[in-house]
Ligand binder design. Structure first.
Ligand code: ADE
Ligand code: ZN
Length: 364
């Protein structure tokens, strides 16, 4: 199998099936599983498993160009962010109607809840769906219905972040924001994802301002090793004044930017999947998670696009991160705590989740 990529932007190694087996002590793996956790960097469309793609295609009368699940999964070969995105956008075409978005979101939330995620803020890419004639009401409606059901049936709380697909036009992003604002009660924030090359964050300055004026929070991807990454990290920190940064690992190459992020109390949502930021690259010859923690940054860990990364969800991602980034138990607990502090929720709700974490750590 060919090299996988860098989501996170760093060119990665990899293979999915044959990735390095985690060597973590089984008691630590059990501890990780039981930890009450949060997740802030998961693209709902990136949780669309091959099995569900076939089921939705059948329901929607579509033919897929793969004989079976194994053949589809074998086609998930990419070597950089654009080649990943081509597969990711193609895969989401089976999402056509409100129940499809319900099923997608509910399946992710059920999986996350089974790994003791108690709170998630999930990305979605509506522009890609609107392009195909799906309505915003069906996209947000289906996801919101799933969020409600998952909270009442499974006890997992969640919120929704609308991402602008940065390689589409600024006009398309603004039209999408306008179409989403009638549903703003179902959104917590906006983000910026997709291909960063040639699509710097300032392209979305007005969109972010409008989102903020409508009471939404703001975050942005700064994928690892992208063109102008330090310039873009500076822009999101000092100009767009984001509330969080997604990935952002190259910040460790600038002591000045690290100082600004610390001063602003920025949380980073890092995705150390085996195909992403765990990989040392020529431009980033360090372990990103280790380097960010050593720089004193507030790192939280998420699973990004698990369906395309060997179906590894948060427990697996954390276990791997412990091994690869030499995380101590104390660091793991600190990162889990950052995960709740970073929530876009009222302070009392965050305190209640942190109390659950403290009680677990005390009893484990
Ligand atoms: N869209 C889905 N996953 C992404 C990632 N990791 N980076 C940028 N855009 C994305
Ligand atoms: Zn991402």
């Amino acid at each position: 199998m060919k090299g996988l990529a860098a989501l996170g932007g760093s060119l990665a190694l990899g293979r999915h099936a044959g990735a390095v087996a985690p060597v973590t002590d089984p008691t630590l793996a059990k501890f990780i599983h039981g930890l009450p956790k949060s997740e802030y960097h998961v693209h709902l469309e990136g949780t669309l498993e091959a099995e569900m793609k076939f089921a939705l295609a059948k329901r929607n009368g579509m033919n897929l160009p793969f004989a079976d699940v194994a053949a589809m999964k074998a086609s998930y070969q990419y070597h950089d962010l654009p080649s990943f995105l081509a597969i990711y956008y193609d895969g989401m075409k089976v999402l056509q109607k409100e129940p499809d978005f319900y099923d997608l979101a509910y399946a992710y939330l059920a999986k996350a809840a089974s790994q003791n995620v108690i709170y998630a803020e999930m990305f979605f890419d509506p522009q890609e769906h609107l392009k195909r004639g799906v309505t915003m009401a069906d996209v947000i409606g289906g996801i919101t219905r799933a969020r409600r059901d998952a909270e009442s049936k499974l006890g997992i709380r969640s919120q929704l972040i609308l991402c602008f697909v940065r390689d589409l036009s600024a006009e398309s992003a603004m039209a999408t924001l306008d179409a989403a604002l009638p549903f703003k009660a179902d959104l917590v924030g906006v983000g910026l994802d997709s291909d960063e090359a040639g699509n710097p964050p300032e392209k979305f300055r007005e969109h972010f301002a409008k989102a903020r004026a409508n009471g939404l929070k703001v975050t942005a991807h700064c994928d690892v090793d992208q063109t102008d990454t330090l310039k873009n990290i500076r822009t999101v920190l000092t100009d767009l004044k984001v509330d969080r940064i997604d990935h952002g690992g190259n910040i460790v190459q600038s002591t000045e930017l690290v100082a600004i992020a610390k001063e602003r109390g920025i949380y980073f949502t890092v995705c150390p999947t085996f195909s992403g930021t765990l990989r040392r690259t020529e431009k980033m010859p360090v372990d990103v998670v280790r380097a960010m923690l050593d720089a004193g940054l507030k790192v939280t860990i998420s699973s990004d696009d698990p369906a395309y990364m060997g179906s590894e969800y948060i427990d697996g991602v954390l276990i791997r991160a412990v091994d690869r980034s030499r995380l101590s138990k104390a660091e793991l607990i600190a990162m889990t705590r950052y995960g709740f502090e970073a929530a876009w929720l009222p302070e009392a709700d965050k305190a209640a989740m942190i109390a659950r974490l403290d009680a677990y750590v005390k009893s484990a």
